[in-house]
Design a binder for this molecule. Structure first.
Ligand code: S3P
Length: 172
């Protein structure tokens, strides 16, 4: 049983790349946020609004552990904040785990997130002017945790196919 974990900042392409990788290596893709939504029967926005971020982080941790303990091999796409709470970053180094940080520059993230904030409560209220500074600081704070991943793959300037092939090469 093997768990391939993709992590990185919001907008780095975790889900798109995981979907592509899933087709190549024939492992199912499980999206942690989607599992949280299923478990709570609430959207991510609604969980933040109704229960607050700390509650979300507790559920996120529990669901992450459930996914790690499931018997099947799979690709797990984390939320952008997952490695930064509880002991989740330590779990990136567990047995049967291959963790991969999809590293994107601030410019790449800004371009991808500019029109894609509505389902992301942490940045939903940021104006385009505030966004760059917010992402720069947030990414700086989070990098310590992202860098705990076993591998790092830079996504800037690459197509989804190229990034997926980079990961396939790492897994070989
Ligand atoms: C979050 C990222 C989101 C989601 C939640 C919190 C974060 O996932 O888990 O809104 O803390 O960066 P994506 O990275 O898939 O957008």
């Amino acid at each position: 049983m093997k768990k391939i974990i993709l992590l990185g900042y919001m907008g780095c392409g975790k889900s798109t790349i995981a979907n592509k990788l899933s087709k190549i290596i024939q492992f199912p893709f499980v999206d942690l946020d989607e599992k949280i939504v299923e478990k709570m029967n609430l959207s991510i926005n609604a969980i933040f609004e109704k229960h607050g971020e700390i509650y979300f982080r507790k559920v996120e941790h529990e669901v992450f552990i459930e996914l790690l303990n499931a018997p099947e091999s799979c690709i797990i796409g984390l939320g952008g904040g997952t490695p930064c709470y509880a002991n989740n970053h330590e779990l990136l180094k567990g047995d049967n785990v291959v963790s991969i940080y999809l590293k994107a520059s601030i410019e790449t993230l800004l371009n991808r997130l500019a029109f894609n904030v509505s389902k992301r409560p942490l940045i939903a209220d940021k104006s385009p002017e505030d966004m760059k500074e917010f992402i720069a600081k947030h990414l700086f704070d989070r990098s310590f945790y992202y860098n705990q991943a076993q591998y790092k793959v830079v996504v800037d300037g690459k197509t989804i196919d190229q990034t997926a092939q980079d990961i396939v090469a790492l897994l070989a």
